[in-house]
Write a protein that binds this ligand. Structure first.
Ligand code: ADP
Length: 480
């Protein structure tokens, strides 16, 4: 990997402002299986030490003014943008997404640091009209304390800044465990954070055995907030573990997004939206369209147009020019996609495009469109997390709302219609935290991201994103 600044490729853990530990766990490039680097295999003991350093750093960091914290975060934002190409290269090497998409993620990741740098100055309290003439009620927001963050591999930069940005802005300190597949992006961000002047102990990154690190994070009484993005299965384990010390939890879990195209939709926009929502990051996002419901009047034409766009997609190593779909993250991911497609075909689905592993081999899978998909198929129940667009046929609005809501998940949903009454009805009836109306891309730092049902707890991004990291204190000033 060639970088303009090779010192951004950090392979040790970052604790209390120092780079510590030595390489044990291999980080590989999903495009070719080559080892890129080795990172330390930290366990409970090292995590406990990192938490103690974060606790020691908490008082002084919380005592700074919002404006002081804002200045440091703003410098971090500037450095992330200045080093965008290198971070994108590190990300593509360990995660696989095309370079342009990686650079887009760096912008997105940086936007949280910028937004929460601004927000640091505006964590306002409240004065509530008193219930008594001789008393006053004042509400202040104080930083919650040490935050533990566990993040996934699909957005190696943005899932870190979406948590660390607001936590640091609020005056909290953080111990973060990035995904084992993608620790290098996280470590590069920490290096830039140190250069920006984030004090020692305020942001710590540990790599290693997920369950050991997770157990320490969830049981250590010094940790006040656990913020997690990942699978619903692991999220449930972490919530249970946090119950013992009654930690606050923020959970961004799995999705099973419906994408609905009504007869009256603008079909060109719907096709564009479906491509963007479905195939971004090779289908490996928790807001990717997982079930595409198309009303019968436009079903065939939509399938045809979508397929012709999908046929144009170039698959390859993310560093190659013109590639829009990289490899999947690992062999298990490819196997899951393969299983979903085979199961659908066995139960009567028709492959319109793709439907098999890509000729390049390895972790590459062809972008795929399936027709005549029915709710009996595996793909309906489980998040595929791959480049497969399954098309279901429906007849009525009531029917599709019922189908769309028939899942334990509730993160993102999308639909296309030009009827304003229908837009309101459907948007309000969908049991989801996020609804894209005539739009396939919904992520932005200024809006609240999060799910209902088993997709999670809490919201990230926007002014709501601070809430997870502050405690509300009510002070009654009596005896006036
Ligand atoms: P995925 O299947 O997409 O990798 P996971 O939920 O397994 O999603 O992983 C998300 C994050 O959770 C990663 O950082 C992973 O290392 C971490 N993780 C996995 N298992 C545990 C666990 N038992 N305790 C704490 N963290 C875990």
């Amino acid at each position: 990997m060639r970088l303009k600044d090779p010192t951004l490729l950090r392979t040790q853990c970052f604790v209390n402002g120092e780079w510590i530990g030595s390489g044990a766990i291999a980080v590989t490039n999903p495009a070719n299986g080559e080892e890129i680097a080795r990172v330390p295999n930290f366990g409970a003991e090292e995590t406990r030490q990192a938490i103690e350093h974060a606790q020691a750093a908490f008082g002084p960091w919380a005592a700074r003014t919002g404006k002081e914290r804002a200045k440091i975060l703003r410098r971090w934002f500037d450095l992330i943008i200045e080093n965008k190409d290198d971070i994108a290269m590190i990300m593509t090497s360990e995660q696989g997404k095309p370079l342009a998409e990686a650079a887009g993620e760096v912008d997105y990741a940086a936007s949280f640091v910028e937004f929460f740098a601004e927000e640091a100055k505006r964590i306002y309290g409240d004065v509530i009209p008193s219930h008594r003439a001789d008393a006053r009620i004042v509400v202040v927001k104080q930083p919650a304390g040490v935050v533990a963050a566990i993040t996934p591999w699909n957005f190696p930069a943005a899932m870190i800044t979406r948590k660390v940005g607001p936590a640091l802005a609020a005056g909290c300190t953080v111990v973060c465990k990035p995904a084992g597949e993608t620790p290098l992006t996280a470590l590069a961000l920490a290096e830039l954070g140190a250069r920006a002047g984030i004090p020692a102990g305020v942001l710590n990154i540990v790599t290693g055995k997920a369950s050991a690190i997770g157990s320490e994070m969830t049981s250590n009484p010094l940790v006040k907030v656990l913020t997690f993005t990942g699978s619903t299965a692991i999220g449930k384990i972490l919530i249970e573990q946090c119950a013992k010390t009654v930690k606050r939890v923020g959970m961004e879990l799995g999705g099973n997004a419906p994408f609905i195209v009504f007869d009256d939709a603008d079909l060109d926009k719907a096709v564009q939206g479906a491509i963007a929502s479905k195939f971004r990051n090779a289908g490996q996002t928790c807001v990717c369209a997982n079930r595409i419901y198309v009303q019968s009047g436009v079903y065939d034409i939509f399938a045809e147009r979508l397929a012709s766009e999908v046929l144009k997609m170039k698959v390859g190593d993310g560093t190659e020019v013109g590639v829009v779909q990289g490899p999947l993250i690992n062999a298990a991911a490819v196997e899951k996609v393969e299983e979903h497609v085979q199961n659908a075909v066995a139960l009567g689905a028709e492959v319109v495009v793709g439907g098999k592993r890509h000729a390049r081999g390895g972790n590459f899978y062809e972008p795929t469109v399936l027709k005549n998909v029915t709710t009996r198929m595996l793909i309906t129940r489980e998040e595929t997390f791959g480049p497969v667009a399954p098309l279901y046929r429906f007849e009525t609005e009531e029917e599709v709302i019922r189908l769309a809501n028939d899942t334990e998940f509730g993160l993102a949903a999308y639909f296309y219609s030009r009827d304003v009454g229908r837009c309101w009805r459907v948007a309000e009836a969908l049991e989801y935290g996020i609804v894209g109306i005539n739009e396939g891309l919904i992520s932005t730092e200024v809006a609240p991201f999060g799910g209902v049902k088993e997709s999670g707890l809490g919201r990230e991004g926007s002014h709501y994103g601070i809430d997870e990291f502050v405690e509300i204190k009510y002070m009654l000033m009596g005896g006036l």
